[in-house]
Design a protein around this ligand. Structure first.
Ligand SMILES: NC(=O)c1ccc[n+]([C@@H]2O[C@H](COP(=O)([O-])OP(=O)(O)OC[C@H]3O[C@@H](n4cnc5c(N)ncnc54)[C@H](O)[C@@H]3O)[C@@H](O)[C@H]2O)c1
Ligand SMILES: [Zn+2]
Length: 378
């Protein structure tokens, strides 16, 4: 561990996210899970609490939270769904909503989403739509959800037309993040989360990026202080960005660094590559794009490639993924404007190259050339 400040084992840091409805706190600290029943009943009073989580997380943490809440004399409804992206659909949304109606949740109830990004999106959308919206408390349990999905108020579901195509902005009343919960994740799951943390450092804070780089092994290996520092640094960056631009009109688009190519690579690999692996590769290749265009300081792609390899991920396009297929998928990206993909480019690590609205159009030929130059040799 290097000596960047952490919450330590007792310190809790509170960040605030400004949003249309006011602002909400994100409490980050080792041990905050134990304080959760107190925090929730004190700050988000409700007649009944519905704890929603997937069956994995329920096994690990469900009973502790439910018992803690009941210990505070709260009425609790506990609902679970099968773990995995496949649950993020309208069928599960309807089933959970009906179960809440059956259990008597009313307008004076609140939803507690305990889990990873799937739970945040699914339970968040249940909360957003239940009787036109009940309060939501989000307790992220995957590293990805701690550093990324829990901040920003987006909820949503997948459809056969694509991911996250149905949803709503429904900011939580409170986020409670205990980095210690990430110890029961696999090393690969921690790496998935660290990719988004690397992104935060790459776009806005080179000091934080260096810190992550120096502590990769400790963080992947579930050292709690390393996890605490990584989470705190990312939450600081993402809360700042989202507070300035809740609805993704401007600054928030910088969070898409690595994602224009990342989403296209994910799709072109037929989802054989995970989101994290695809975005890790996307960041390296988008840095190389910037270097090719003379916008990004040279050496940036190499440094990101080194970090990505240490996360156990690829820094070159797998042979099985056709560069041309990637180019085609960039045109169908949700964030493409009239079919023209737009890229967040770095000036250097820790600094974005400001273009028109933070994003740059890049000629398809340049994208094609960079992709072809970076296919894995076998
Ligand atoms: N709303 C947003 O702003 C936003 C941002 C990024 C990603 N997302 C969404 O997040 C989802 C991916 O999130 P994810 O990777 O957390 O997926 P996930 O919620 O499916 O969690 C991944 C796996 O880890 C398990 N898990 C979670 N916490 C655990 C713990 N503490 N110990 C052991 N196992 C645990 C889960 O049961 C699951 O099997 C995607 O659907 C993506 O679209 C949303
Ligand atoms: Zn992402």
């Amino acid at each position: 561990m290097s000596d960047r400040p952490t919450g330590g084992s007792s310190g809790v840091r509170t960040f605030r996210v400004e949003c249309g409805e006011g602002s909400y706190p994100v409490h980050v600290g080792l041990g905050t899970f134990e304080a959760l029943p107190d925090l929730v009943t004190g700050s988000v009073p409700a007649h009944r609490y519905a704890v929603l989580c997937d069956d994995n997380v329920d096994r690990i943490l469900g009973a502790r939270l439910v018992d803690g809440l009941r210990g505070m004399a709260a009425e609790v409804i506990r609902l679970t769904f099968p773990a995995g992206e496949a649950s993020k659909n309208r069928h599960e949304w309807a089933r959970l909503t009906d179960s809440l109606l059956d259990a008597g949740l009313a307008r004076d109830g609140a939803v507690i989403a305990l889990g990873g990004g799937v739970t945040g999106d699914l339970a968040g959308f249940v909360a957003a739509t239940f009787m036109r919206g009940v309060p939501l408390v989000y307790v992220p349990t995957s590293l990805l959800a701690m550093v990324d999905a829990s901040i920003g108020g987006k909820t949503g579901l997948d459809t056969t037309h694509g991911k996250n195509l149905v949803g709503a902005f429904h900011p939580p009343r409170m986020v409670v993040t205990d980095p210690r919960l990430a110890v029961t994740l696999s090393r690969e799951q921690r790496a998935e989360g660290l990719v988004e943390a690397v992104k935060h450092g790459a776009i806005l804070d080179d000091g934080y990026l260096t810190h992550i780089e120096e502590n990769i092994e400790a963080t992947l290996g579930a050292d709690v202080d390393a996890l605490g520092a990584a989470v705190e640094g990312s939450v600081a960056i993402k809360t700042r960005v989202v507070s300035q631009d809740e609805r993704e009109q401007g600054l928030r688009s910088v969070l898409n660094f690595g994602h224009t190519l990342g989403h296209a690579i994910e799709a072109a690999s037929d989802f054989g590559l995970s989101h994290g692996a695809a975005v890790a590769l996307g960041m390296v290749l988008e840095a190389r794009l910037g270097e090719h265009l003379g916008v990004t300081e040279s050496g940036t792609g190499d440094r990101l490639a080194g970090i990505v390899r240490r996360l156990g991920m690829r820094d070159r396009l797998p042979e099985a993924v056709e560069p041309e297929a990637v180019v085609t998928f960039t045109g169908s990206d949700k964030k493409a404007r009239r079919g023209a993909p737009r890229y967040v480019l770095l000036e250097r690590l820790g600094a974005i190259a400001a273009g028109e609205g933070w994003v740059h159009p890049v000629p398809l030929d340049v994208v094609r050339t960079v992709l072809r130059e970076h296919v894995e040799a076998d």
